[in-house]
Design a protein around this ligand. Structure first.
Ligand code: ADE
Length: 242
C-alpha cells in the first residue's frame, strides 16, 4: 500500500519509522511518503493560512498550496487514491472504516491546522480522489497529524504481513462488535489477586463461555450503544447481558 501524508509539520509523522509500521516500511509492505506543505508555497514567508471570508476567529488554510500539493501527487489515472482529511467534523473512524481503507491501494492524508482547509480544495480533489473527512472522536485536536497516525496504524495492521500473528486480529475489540474480554498472564497470584479459576481449568468450552460473558458485561457497562448494533443482538447473548 502507498500512503502519502501532507503536513506543515512533517516531523510529527516520525513515529511511522517505529515498531510494526516501521518494519513494514523496511520490508516493502508499506510505501509511506511524508511531504511538507510549505514546499508548495511561493512567497518569502511560505504562507499557508489567511483570515476567513465572512469573519470569525482563527485562520483558514489557503487553497493554493493544497491544490498544488495534491496536483503533484495525483494526476488522473489508476489507482484512484482516497484523500483522507482528518477533522472533528468528519465521519467517525471505526473498525469498518479501517477495513474499507485497508482494501485500497493508495491513501493520501491532508493534515489541516487552524480552522481547517478552504472548502474548494476538497471539491477540486474530488475529480480524481475519493474524499473522506474522518474524525477520531467528538473532541478537538490541534491538527490532523495525530489523527493521521492513528488512522494509518488502524489500517496498516490489517494488511497481510504487517502483524506477525494474524489470528490476534480476529479476537480484538470491535472486530465482532463487542469490547474485548479481560486478559491475564503469569503469575497466577499477584498482589493478593488471583487469575479467575476458569482460565486455569483447561476446559476450553467453559473458557469460551466465560470470555463471551465478560465481553457482553464489559460492553453493556462501557459501551451500551454497541450492544444494540452488534452481533450481540443474538438472543443467546442478550440473556447474558446484565
Ligand atoms: N483534527 C482536529 N480534531 C480532530 C478529530 N477529533 N479527529 C480527527 N482530526 C482532527
Amino acid at each position: 500500500m502507498r500512503i502519502d501524508v501532507v503536513s506543515i509539520f512533517p516531523d510529527y509523522l516520525a513515529p511511522l519509522d517505529l515498531s510494526l509500521i516501521g518494519k513494514a516500511r523496511r520490508d516493502g509492505l508499506l510505501d509511506i511518503r511524508v511531504h511538507d506543505l510549505r514546499v508548495f508555497t511561493h512567497d518569502r514567508h511560505r504562507t499557508v493560512d489567511d483570515t476567513p471570508y465572512g469573519g470569525g476567529a482563527g485562520m483558514v488554510m489557503k487553497p493554493e498550496p493544497w491544490g498544488e500539493a495534491l496536483d503533484a501527487l495525483a494526476t488522473q489515472g489508476d489507482p484512484r487514491p482516497v484523500l483522507i482529511v482528518p477533522g472533528p467534523g468528519g465521519e467517525p473512524l471505526t473498525q469498518r472504516t479501517a477495513r474499507e481503507l485497508a482494501d485500497r491501494e493508495w491513501l493520501v492524508f491532508a493534515c489541516g491546522r487552524y480552522e481547517g482547509i478552504d472548502e474548494r480544495v476538497y471539491e477540486h480533489a474530488a475529480d480524481r480522489m475519493d474524499v473522506r473527512v474522518v474524525s477520531l472522536g467528538d473532541y478537538v485536536l490541534n491538527g490532523g497529524e495525530v489523527a493521521a497516525l492513528a488512522i494509518i496504524e488502524a489500517v496498516a495492521r490489517l494488511l497481510p504481513g504487517v502483524i506477525g500473528n494474524a489470528a490476534s486480529l480476529d479476537e480484538e475489540s470491535h472486530e465482532d462488535g463487542l469490547l474485548e474480554y479481560p486478559v491475564y498472564t503469569k503469575p497466577a497470584q499477584w498482589q493478593g489477586r488471583a487469575v479467575p479459576d476458569v482460565l486455569l481449568s483447561g476446559d476450553h468450552g467453559a473458557i469460551a463461555r466465560w470470555r463471551r460473558e465478560q465481553q457482553l458485561h464489559r460492553t453493556a457497562r462501557r459501551r451500551p450503544d454497541l450492544l444494540h448494533a452488534s452481533a450481540a443482538a443474538d438472543p443467546d447473548d442478550l440473556a447474558l447481558v446484565p
